[in-house]
Every structure is written in C-alpha cells, then in structure tokens.
Design a protein around this ligand. Structure first.
Ligand code: BGC
Ligand code: ZN
Length: 371
C-alpha cells in the first residue's frame, strides 16, 4: 500500500512510498508498547488532515523515525472506518467511523494512569510525529485503547477530531486549574489567531456562553471573519484595531486562548489578561524568535492580579471524546458552520506535494487528503 513519508533530518524529503499493508496480528510500535492479545483494530483511512507540525517535520525541524527505520510516515489527524477487529474488541464493530489518538504511553507515572498526554518522560512517542509511523497511508492497525468512535452523523467533521481534542483539552485544563479560585465565572474571552485551532476554540468558548473576540491580522471580509461571526463571536483585525483600543472597549478578558504560532503574541497576551484570568498557550513555536517586554511590569501585574498561565498540548481519548462532544454541540447550535473550516481537500495520497505547498498558504484553514 502507499504511504506519505519523510526522511527525518533531511529537509523537504516528503515522498510517496510503498509500505507493507499491516495485518491485525502486527505490532505497530513494538519499541514502545504492545497491543494486548485480541485487542487490535484495523482501520481503513478515509481522510487525514495536516497542520504546521507536518510542515515543520518536512523542514526537518522536528520529528524522528521509528528505531531501525530511515523514514517516518507522517500524518497525525486521522479519520477512518473499522475494517477488522480482534476477538477481544467489543466496543467497535466493522464499519464504525473512528479517529485515533496521537501519543503512545511511555514509562512515567502519568503514562501508567492513561495520561500519556502529560507524560513527564523527556522522550514522547507520537504517531506521525515522533518515533511512530503516522496515518497518511491506506490502512493502520492500532490498539482499541487508542481508537475513538466518531458519531455517524458527525462523519463530515471526523477529520477535525484531533484538532478538536487539542482545543477541548486546553480549555478543560484552564477550567480545572481555575478551581484554585473557588468561584470563577469567566465572561469575556479573546482568541488570538483565526486558524483552525483559533476557530474551534472560538466555537467552544461560545458554547460555554462567553463573549468572544477572535483576533487576527488580516482585515475582513473573508472566510475567517464569516466563520467567527457565524459562531456569534466578533472578528477583530489587529491591523485595523489596536489591541489596546479593543481593551478600552471591552475591558480585560478573563480568558485568552493563544493559537497564532507567533512567540510575540504569546508574550504580548500577558499584558492584556484580566485579574484572576487564565492565559492558555497552545502554539508550538519552532525555530528561534527573540521577544522583548517590560518584565518587571508583567511580573508585578501577574502577582498582584493572581493570573495564571496554562500550557497545553496533545490529547488522550477523554479529550477526543470531549472534542467530539463539542463538535456535536457546535453542529446543533451553529449548523453547517464548522465544515467551512475544511477548506482544502486533496484527492488521494499522490497529492502530497500539493498538500505540502498548501501548508504554506495562511488562508488555507484545513488541508486534508481524501484517501
Ligand atoms: C499535535 C499534538 C502533538 C504536538 C506535539 C501537534 O501538532 O496536534 O497531538 O502532541 O503536535 O508534537
Ligand atoms: Zn497537530
């Protein structure tokens, strides 16, 4: 069968290659974990999405091949259909729509309690990213433990399961951490960035009843603004309106969800947050980017204001379930809006070069391959 792979460490090495089709009895990642007897699921990949992580892997800034292999099959945002089941899998049936989590457990205490998303091991194992092959291929075999059912009426959004899990987890983490305050009723949120993560976060915060301002650079009208407004939020172009101007109008936000991929915005957000507020960082900023700010002022305001910084990455199956619940709730509340994020479908794995090229396009909200 075909797979899209890179040679980690070798820049722009993305290519299509032949790989053996996995069998139900195979161990997909024997160097990290074993599928227990009878618990394997074979999945036909239907759609796989790509994001900035895939671009950075192809630029050789990130990612490693599984041991004893030169190439890494990329792709970590999957949506597929079950084709075969081990004898001890009762939670799925053939034909079910599913997605799979990304990270596999290491050895830390967190991994042993099912929280590999917050592993304290320095080395982490992620399908399509680090040390485990990914999903940009025709079939995969996986432990049922890491397979999550996608409701049949949500199959048009199934490829957003992984990004939705990342957003749902980040917001959940902030709410959990804010229990430190005993009572917290956030009213106002700023979302920095209107890419797929920014837009999904906009939806999830609106579903929680917050007033949401989604900030990005380019003035509308355009699709990002339309989607933001369809979720009942306000789109703000920072080229047209200074953040300070917006703050004067709205007051300081209780939540800032940062998803721009720009290190300056991550730190600038510290200046805007309200008292007792939570700043959520989700950007993975590769490379090097110096920023400068008045550290004494930030420190003073943060200490006197009891402010909180929550960083969040990845998601385990409970976060996938949370993300899928939010996507369902979003469809009920804002029907037909979320699918507008799926801007750039590509026909077949052979379109991998076009896929990588589209990842450079800032207006491409979601690039994905129909396999
Ligand atoms: C993925 C996460 C992953 C992170 C770090 C992101 O692109 O969506 O699942 O944990 O990269 O590798
Ligand atoms: Zn990702």
């Amino acid at each position: 069968m075909k797979a899209v792979a890179v040679i980690p460490g070798q820049s722009h090495s993305v290519h299509l290659r032949d790989v053996p089709e996995p069998q139900l009895a195979d161990q997909p990642h024997p160097h990290v974990c074993q599928v227990p007897e009878g618990r394997a699921v074979k999945i036909k990949m239907l759609q796989v999405g790509v994001d900035a992580t895939d671009r950075e892997i192809n630029e050789a800034l990130y990612g490693n091949a599984p041991p004893s292999q030169q190439h890494l099959v990329i792709g970590h945002e999957c949506f597929g259909q079950v084709v075969e089941l081990g004898s001890k899998v009762s939670e799925f049936k053939v034909g079910d729509y599913v997605s799979c989590t990304v990270r596999r457990p290491g050895k830390s205490l967190f991994d042993t309690i099912g929280r590999n998303d917050i592993t304290s091991d320095e080395v982490y194992y992620e399908r399509g990213i680090n040390l485990c092959n990914g999903y940009l291929t025709e079939f995969v075999v996986e432990d049922a433990e890491y397979v999550v059912r996608v409701p049949v009426n949500l199959k048009h959004l199934g490829v957003l399961s992984e990004p939705a899990s990342v957003c749902a987890k980040a917001i959940e983490q902030a709410y959990l951490a804010q229990q430190r305050l005993q009572v917290w009723r956030p009213r106002l949120a700023y979302v920095m960035g209107a890419g797929q993560i920014g837009l999904l976060a906009t939806m999830m915060l609106r579903l929680k009843g917050l007033e949401v301002y989604t900030l990005a650079t380019r003035p509308g009208p355009h699709l990002k603004q339309e989607i933001t407004e369809a979720y009942g939020a306000t789109y703000v172009s920072t080229r047209q309106t200074q953040v300070e101007e917006l703050l004067a109008r709205t007051g300081r936000p209780d939540i800032i969800f940062e998803a721009t991929g720009n290190a300056s915005v991550c730190f600038d957000s510290m200046k805007y947050l309200g008292l007792n507020g939570a700043l959520i960082w989700t950007s993975i900023t590769g490379g090097k980017h110096d920023v400068s700010f008045d550290g004494a002022k930030i420190n003073l305001e943060w200490v006197l204001g009891n402010k909180l910084l929550v960083s969040s990455v990845n998601g385990n199956r409970s976060h996938f379930e949370l993300g899928l619940q939010a996507l369902s709730h979003g469809e009920m509340t804002y029907p037909g809006v979320t699918e507008r994020i799926l801007t750039h479908p590509i026909a077949g794995l052979a379109g991998y070069a076009e896929m990588m090229k589209l990842l450079e396009d800032k207006e491409a909200l979601k690039v994905f391959i129909n396999i």
